[in-house]
Design a protein. Structure first.
Length: 134
């Protein structure tokens, strides 16, 4: 969404505590409903949960969740205070952990990350119906 005018953007800072993953899910749900993007609630909420959990487990810091829309793309970002790049592990069906970024890749249109100045941002984007069917 670089160089694209934003339709809207919302941001919240959450503490590095176990309840913050739930707060991240509620945050994205609230704003997607407000913007009448109900069909994106489940996939974006799932990705928000995975990215927030990764921030809690791996970075162990507070993190910022941003949800925005530019044109026909909704972008979710989670920025934490660790400069350690996320690692997408191999898919292992019987393992209870290590699936987060694989889920993000499956559910989102695209995803990626950037690392700079002692922090990292992991992002995922989702197409609106206008992009898919317009």
């Amino acid at each position: 969404m670089t160089g694209t005018a934003l339709n809207w953007s919302h941001q919240t800072r959450l503490e590095g505590t176990p309840t913050s993953a739930s707060a991240a899910r509620a945050f994205v749900c609230e704003h997607l409903v407000d913007h009448r993007l109900l069909y994106l609630v489940d996939p974006v909420r799932l990705v928000a949960s995975e990215l927030a959990t990764n921030a809690l487990v791996h970075a162990q810091t507070a993190f910022t969740v941003t949800l925005s829309q530019a044109n026909e793309t909704v972008m979710l970002t989670v920025r934490d205070d660790s400069d350690e790049a996320p690692v997408r592990g191999p898919h292992q069906v019987m393992h209870a952990d290590g699936r987060g970024l694989n889920i993000v890749a499956l559910v989102s249109l695209d995803w990626g990350f950037s690392v700079d100045d002692g922090s990292k941002t992991v992002w995922a984007c989702f197409a609106t119906r206008e992009a898919r069917y317009g």
